[in-house]
Design a protein around this ligand. Structure first.
Ligand SMILES: CC(C)(COP(=O)(O)OP(=O)(O)OC[C@H]1O[C@@H](n2cnc3c(N)ncnc32)[C@H](O)[C@@H]1OP(=O)(O)O)[C@@H](O)C(=O)NCCC(=O)NCCS
Length: 260
């Protein structure tokens, strides 16, 4: 796959907090950016890659949730899941949603991560629980047994768009699912009209598995989707490290020194 063709250049993270050693390969880059995957899954969990943090949604996020969702209503509208008539609706109240996400995470059916942006990184790092939410990565449909797969849905605050936050968050979440959880396959389904989201999976080198007709109810109608997937065999070194080293996201490029 394309992201295995890592350009061998010497990268170092210019930061007060990152280790001073040169990060010339995905592994040392991950180390410099504080990426660590626990050996065992527990919930709540927080994982980070530099300024991009994934953590559970908390009750105290209520006002920032409403603020960011409202501010991004037009941005997210064409891509947001909706409930078909006759569908079984779950609670739409915020506290009910948090409880529901927590229960599903403990039952290992859905991991609903909030995406946070640590604006003071790399000068200092703020724990994810103290950062406001800036998007969402939901790993749902986790299916065990001979399937061992899940699918991912996401959005990011328009104010942060274009920095490579989402490919970073998706790769981080997928590696968590592969390394810590032991899943085998991650799938992302995207409306063919969603050029910005198609770029996210393209950057990560996910395999295009074709069209699923009228696959999901989005923005009030059943919509066709293009299905993309990655399996553990496709990414023996994980998804995140090779992505950071080969297709350096904009949030990171300002902090890298290239040299011989
Ligand atoms: C799709 C989405 C998650 C991408 O997140 P992101 O963190 O901006 O991802 P990237 O930084 O990699 O940008 C992806 C593409 O968005 C476009 N883009 C860049 N800056 C942008 C900006 N300021 N505003 C809008 N789009 C921008 C570019 O085409 C970019 O590709 P490029 O890096 O090759 O130029 C985000 O656009 C979003 O939340 N959209 C609304 C909800 C949505 O579509 N969810 C996905 C449903 S499948």
């Amino acid at each position: 796959m394309e992201h295995h063709l890592i350009r061998r250049r010497r990268l170092s993270v210019v930061s007060d907090t990152a280790p001073p050693q040169v990060a010339s390969d995905p592994e040392s880059l991950l180390q410099a950016l504080g990426v660590r995957f626990p050996a065992q899954h527990s919930w709540p969990v927080e994982v980070r890659c530099g300024p991009v943090v994934l953590r559970p949604v908390h009750r105290r996020d209520r006002s920032s949730w409403h603020e960011v969702r409202q501010r991004n209503a037009v941005w997210n509208g064409p891509w947001d899941a909706t409930m078909p008539s006759g569908g079984r609706a779950t609670s739409t109240d915020f506290v009910g949603m948090v409880k529901n996400f927590d229960r599903q995470a403990r039952e290992l059916r859905t991991l609903a991560f909030v995406i946070c942006w640590d604006e003071h990184w790399p000068r200092e790092s703020t724990p994810g629980r103290r950062l406001p939410l800036a998007g969402q990565l939901t790993i749902s449909g986790i299916t065990w047994g001979s399937a061992n797969f899940a699918h991912a849905g996401y959005w990011v605050d328009q104010a942060l768009a274009g920095r490579g936050v989402m490919p970073t968050a998706l790769a981080l979440g997928t590696d968590y699912c592969f390394i810590t959880l032991g899943l085998h396959r991650m799938e992302v389904n995207i409306r063919p009209e969603n050029a910005k989201s198609l770029r996210v999976v393209e950057k990560l080198g996910l395999r295009d598995e074709g069209i699923r007709e009228r696959y999901l109810h989005i923005d009030g109608q059943w919509r066709d989707h293009r299905s993309f997937a990655v399996c553990t065999e496709d990414v023996p070194d994980g998804l995140l490290g090779p992505f950071l080293a080969s297709d350096t996201p904009r949030w990171l490029s300002g902090h890298l020194r290239t040299g011989a």
